[in-house]
Design a protein around this ligand. Structure first.
Ligand SMILES: C[S@@+](CC[C@H](N)C(=O)[O-])C[C@H]1O[C@@H](n2cnc3c(N)ncnc32)[C@H](O)[C@@H]1O
Length: 334
């Protein structure tokens, strides 16, 4: 249903060549057995995207423009098709004369992450829980050779196709997979990002082990997640919902997260940023109508969620997978 062949072809002669055949088979099986009414509806919007000549791409701004102004018909078709893929949670994107003002200002998170990571030039990157691939474009702009986003949300997958319809880059994709469903032990990515995913996992240490298994020895993990203030032994397991989300399991302190990462066999673990989420970063817009961040907080106390938990605080940690096989074996993980 979605042609992943151009991306699969880019894996030839890379450290991911051994993923090519199993991934092709996995995607074939997925589409052969798929029974999801939403995907055809989302894909229909792609057919409505107008043909536009003379496209220029500015990946730093995640913006596409054209030599010629769009005709009123082209503008309307473009805007209608992109609105057909609402809600846009991640962005922003400038698509010719349409500005997708997404719920999240992902540029703000990227500005907190980017200064602390290894240079991405020529690196092969996995972005776990990539959403619609906003960060992947920023990674490409920073020089990454190849970015594989994975996200089980079909809307995210199709939003990425809509943006890539004009950028036309086969080296950046969003695959409809969870981390758990990915081929295990690829041991091939230079950098693995997991941002905004760990707290959704009931078994967060298993998630860290899966991330580690995707990395090559010496590769870098960039982990971003919700945290709480506390000592190195503390984690919150919110009973019921957290900020209206019903799938939040573990919110460790940043120091506890360091312990978890070391226990799973990462080295050189650093907490590089801790930031309180603010309503400027996550808010209702015309591209994501309905409730947003401010509605998830206690109206009397912005330091608490509506359920009375500490308000969202997010940390970025960077860590390395040991290059040394002896050190890997000590953890009995390989
Ligand atoms: C809170 S969003 C974070 C998106 C983006 N990484 C960011 O930091 O803004 C979490 C994303 O992870 C995806 N997701 C949830 N469980 C996942 C899993 N097990 N494996 C991969 N992605 C997952 C969701 O579909 C969603 O798009």
């Amino acid at each position: 249903m979605i042609n992943y062949r151009p991306f699969l072809d880019t894996l030839t002669d890379t450290a991911l060549a051994h993923w090519q055949a199993p991934l092709a088979e996995q995607l074939d099986h997925l589409f052969a057995t798929l029974n999801d009414g939403n995907l055809p509806r989302f894909l229909k919007q792609l057919d409505r995207l107008p043909v536009i000549e003379g496209v220029h791409v500015d990946l730093d701004q995640v913006a596409v423009s054209s030599d010629q102004p769009l005709s009123p018909d082209q503008s309307k078709q473009l805007n209608d098709a992109l609105r057909g893929l609402i809600p846009w949670r991640k962005g922003p994107f400038q698509v010719f004369d349409t500005f997708i003002d997404s719920e999240w200002r992902c540029d703000l998170k990227w500005a907190r992450v980017a200064p602390h990571i290894s240079n991405l030039t020529q690196r092969i990157v996995l972005d776990v829980g990539s959403g619609n691939g906003y960060y992947g474009w920023r990674m490409k702009a920073a020089g990454a050779r190849l970015v594989a986003g994975i996200d089980p949300s079909w809307l995210s997958v199709v939003q990425h196709l809509a943006i890539n319809h004009y950028i036309q880059d086969p080296t950046h994709t969003v695959l409809p997979l969870t981390m758990e469903a990915m081929a295990p032990d690829l041991e091939a990515f230079d950098t693995v990002f997991s941002m905004g995913v760990l707290y959704h996992r009931r078994s967060p240490l298993d998630h860290l082990a899966e991330l580690r298994a995707a990395l090559r020895p010496g590769g870098e993990l960039v982990l971003e997640t919700l945290v709480i203030e506390g000592n190195d032994k503390e984690a919150l397991v919110p009973p019921g919902r957290y900020a209206r989300m019903n799938n939040v399991w573990f919110l460790p302190s940043p120091e506890a997260l360091v312990t978890w990462l070391e226990k799973i066999g990462f080295d050189n673990v650093r907490i590089v940023d801790v930031t309180q989420t603010r309503p400027e970063e996550q808010r209702t817009t015309e591209w994501k109508p309905g409730q947003s961040f401010s509605d998830y907080l206690d109206p009397e106390d912005a330091g608490r969620t509506i359920e009375g938990h500490p308000a969202p605080l997010r940390a970025v940690l960077v860590a390395e997978k040991p290059a040394n096989a002896e050190r890997l074996r000590r953890y009995h993980l390989d």
